[in-house]
Design a protein around this ligand. Structure first.
Ligand SMILES: O=C(O)C1=C[C@@H](OP(=O)(O)O)[C@@H](O)[C@H](O)C1
Ligand SMILES: C=C(OP(=O)(O)O)C(=O)O
Length: 428
């Protein structure tokens, strides 16, 4: 149980560099492992999820060293992975599991994947079914972990994705590298494109058509190790962007935050709501990044529908918090994917926000929130539901009340942002 900091009299102030991007850190290890030569990742995210990826690839015979936030991967090539005698532990990480399923589908050995209780309830058929159309052989446990992948020769496909998911897309891309001909994937909506960008940098042949959703990936047995600095995670910066917007008198600067357009939904939403954000960025060769300065502002309500969801998927709990202080009624719909994250994030947000007296109504695919109703603490014991993003959003919500609050399961922040509470303290 952790006692949360309540309303800071002077607001949030100062400058902060948030830890490296989680999606990019995972992919850096994976692409580095199957490349030839050395990959160096600086500002790597050393959170539990990314360490699950690191350990899994060590278990597959890839030499990987870590010195603080610098990781060196000695690539073994696409055909150099070795079977593991023990199951690979995916921990709590959906990204590790789904991407590795695509990669292992084309290998010459058998692997079993296991995970924690939360991960073992998350859907895996969304990956195993499209991979099966490429000739993959895997057994799931009623659509869940444990999953056993028996590597096969894969063939190219022309496949229309059934869910807007970068994890599913990336699994198929990693399988397509090992297929006999170029594969075409058609996304439902554009999702984060880190795999496509990074694969190109490592020497892969992957193109996205002008429609933004048709991706063609050629088989590519030879990738080359790269050196890269991982940008700050927009999904982590988002907690402080929200806090500074909502706590009166705040002004903060977040340095070197990743500004890939497939990830900046919260920035756009904050601007539409009347937030005070300025961006300083220089052109880069790799992932775009820049410094964000955020000051507190009076916010307007917002309506968000399914087309806007992928670019803000992990920040939706924060959109709910912004809406809970806006001067009207906000509607967030088309977000049913939140129900299959580390916990059912729609239900968790509604349950926890009600403890703060927030006027929130649950929809099957989102929520309706009236920010005009004053908050009043009904129950001071909040619960992270063993979900890092729920824990962190509640840590930010506490800054908006004067009643002392407790948080159960605060340790869940280790999954994506182990230093979260220390970094927050720096700004208070
Ligand atoms: O590809 C990725 O790195 C991720 C994709 C998203 O999941 P989905 O693919 O399930 O939408 C996101 O929620 C997750 O935190 C990271
Ligand atoms: C959903 C998330 O991650 P994953 O799917 O990798 O567990 C997240 O970080 O919010």
């Amino acid at each position: 149980m952790r006692t949360l900091k309540t309303k800071p009299a002077q607001g949030l102030h100062g400058e902060l560099t948030v830890p490296g991007d989680k999606s990019i850190s995972h992919r850096g290890i994976m692409l580095g492992a199957i490349s030839e030569g050395t990959t160096t990742l600086t500002h790597f995210l050393t959170s539990a999820d990314c360490l699950s990826t690191l350990a899994a690839f060590q278990q597959l015979g890839v030499p990987i060293e870590r010195d603080g936030t610098t990781v060196t991967v000695h690539g073994v090539g696409l055909h150099g992975l070795k079977p593991s005698s023990e199951p690979l532990d995916m921990g709590n990480s959906g990204t590790t599991t789904r991407l590795i399923m695509g990669l292992l589908a084309g290998q010459s050995f058998k692997t079993t994947l296991v995970g924690d209780d939360s991960l073992s309830t998350r859907p895996m058929r969304r990956v195993s079914e499209p991979l099966a159309t490429m000739g993959a052989k895997m057994t799931t446990t009623d659509g869940h972990l444990p999953v056993t992948v028996t590597g096969q020769k894969l063939h190219a496909v022309h496949y229309q994705l059934k869910v807007a998911s970068a994890q599913v897309k990336s699994a198929l891309i990693l399988a397509a590298l090992q297929a006999d001909d170029p594969t075409t994937l058609i996304e439902k909506l554009p999702t984060r494109d880190h795999t496509e960008r990074m694969l190109t940098a490592f020497g892969g042949d992957i193109q996205t058509a002008a429609d933004g959703v048709t991706i063609t990936v050629a088989p590519q047995p030879h990738l080359t190790g790269q050196s890269m600095t991982v940008p700050g995670d927009m999904s982590s910066a988002a907690f402080f962007m929200t806090a500074a917007s909502l706590v009166p008198g705040s002004k903060i600067t977040l340095k070197d935050v990743g500004l890939n357009k497939t990830r900046t939904g919260l920035l756009e939403i904050l601007k539409t709501m009347g937030g005070n954000v300025s961006i300083k960025s220089e052109p880069t060769t790799g992932e775009p990044l820049g410094d964000l300065t955020i000051q507190s502002a009076d916010l307007k309500p917002i309506n968000i529908g399914k087309d806007q969801i992928p670019a803000v998927i992990d920040e939706l709990p924060l959109v709910a918090l912004l809406a809970a202080k806006a001067n009207g009624i906000s509607r967030i719909t088309g977000a049913e994917e939140l129900r299959v994250k580390e916990t059912d994030r729609i239900s968790a947000i509604v349950t926890e926000f009600k403890k703060l007296g927030i006027a929130i109504e649950e929809l099957p695919d989102g929520f309706v929130i009236d920010g005009r109703q004053p908050w009043h603490v009904v129950d001071p014991v909040l619960d992270a539901h063993d979900d890092h993003r729920i824990g962190m959003v509640l840590g930010i919500a506490a800054l908006l009340v004067e009643t002392p609050l407790q948080l159960k399961g605060a340790d869940s922040v280790r999954i994506s942002y182990p230093e979260f509470f220390d970094d927050l303290d720096q700004l208070l």
